[in-house]
Design a protein around this ligand. Structure first.
Ligand code: TXA
Ligand code: MG
Length: 320
């Protein structure tokens, strides 16, 4: 496995060629780093599952360069989904759509729908452009972490997570720190109205403004399977504690305006909710690096982007 930094066009071409030849390429997106494979190559896709140690019935998101490629993957796209695509792509949003017949079950976890996203990161789009020039149609990419762990937001974090599992011809593209810092908003568009399966930087309010009323997701009545919806997920080794007073020796993540209690190790002090999202996986990773066993987190008020932060935190809390 090789890390490529300051990627030139020539190197991106090489990375696209590696994808086309069935190797894995981890790459930055604006949300988190993805572990990419040619979405039409069953063997390459199966390597994603083994490198991540992820159960094979969990579907993967297919990343596209442009909306022109959408009809290769999806059909019967409802009007509200087209509006969402037009407004928020490229960007931190994944749409679950009815799959085209040609889309294989090794991508969809055996389901009849497919997750699609056009990322807004320049390096990711350049990689997708070079991949398209070679005849590629889509890159399957889950977050580049081991199953159940914290998503990486830097190339170093990808390497830390996966270097023991990636192969000698696999690559990691270094594009610096992911801008958003938490995974995309996932919206199920297979019914009459949008259903948010995973909150993200495209907030519920933003979806409602463009696509009308959002239906509340109900895990007990929805047949959709998604690992990010498991109660236990996004967990560091450290125990995550929400909202309680931090004890001496604990790690601590809170907005900068909240003072660090005595004897507590400050892991992040973001000034805004956006900055909170951007640094909080880095803070959780830092806790594990420092061997801290508990991290207390004070999450900002539960609206807008903070809904997504709280969603991940709740799952991280249940992870222990
Ligand atoms: O921001 C993101 O979405 C990142 C970057 C790399 O694009 N990707 C990501 O992928 O978070 P992953 O696999 O770690 O999480 C995607 C979630 C998983 O829980 C997966 O099961 C679900 O989306 N998913 C993917 N395709 C689906 C489908 N067809 N139906 C239902 N859930 C799906
Ligand atoms: Mg993930």
């Amino acid at each position: 496995m090789k890390i490529m930094s300051n990627c030139s066009q020539g190197e991106l071409r090489k990375a696209a060629k590696a994808l086309k030849e069935g190797h894995l390429v981890a790459f930055p997106t604006e949300t988190v780093y993805g572990l990419g494979a040619d979405a039409t190559n069953e063997i390459a896709v199966s390597r994603i599952y083994s490198v991540k140690a992820r159960p094979t019935d969990h579907p993967l998101i297919v990343h596209l360069l442009s909306i022109n490629q959408l009809s290769i993957w999806a059909r019967d796209i409802p009007n509200f989904a087209s509006k969402l695509a037009g407004n928020f792509w490229p960007g931190p949003m994944t749409l679950i759509l009815r799959k085209n017949e040609s889309v294989k079950h090794f991508i969809t976890g055996g389901q009849e729908n497919v997750g699609i996203r056009i990322p807004s990161n320049t390096l990711a789009l350049e990689l997708l452009r070079e991949f398209e020039k070679l005849g590629g149609t889509g890159v399957a990419a889950p977050s580049a972490n081991r199953f159940g762990g914290v998503s990486p937001t830097t190339a170093e974090a990808v390497s830390e997570e996966l270097e023991n599992y990636m192969g000698p011809s696999d690559l990691i593209l270094n594009g610096g720190q992911s801008e958003v810092g938490i995974e995309s908003t996932i919206i199920d568009c297979t019914g009459d109205q949008p259903v948010i399966l995973r909150p993200g930087a495209v907030t519920i309010e933003m979806v409602e403004q463009v696509a009308g009323k959002v239906v509340k997701f109900d895990l007990s009545t929805n047949s959709i399977r998604a690992s990010g919806l498991l109660e236990k997920h996004y967990s560091p080794k450290a125990r995550v504690i929400l909202g309680k007073t931090a004890q001496p020796g604990d790690g601590f993540i809170a907005l900068a305006k909240i003072k660090t209690p005595k004897g507590v190790i400050r892991l992040a002090a973001p000034k805004t909710i956006e900055e909170f999202a951007k640094v909080f996986y880095i803070g959780l990773r830092m806790a594990d690096q420092k061997g801290i066993s508990s991290v207390t987190v004070h999450c900002p008020e539960n609206k807008g982007l903070a809904v997504a932060i709280r969603d991940r935190l709740n799952r991280a809390v249940l992870g222990k």
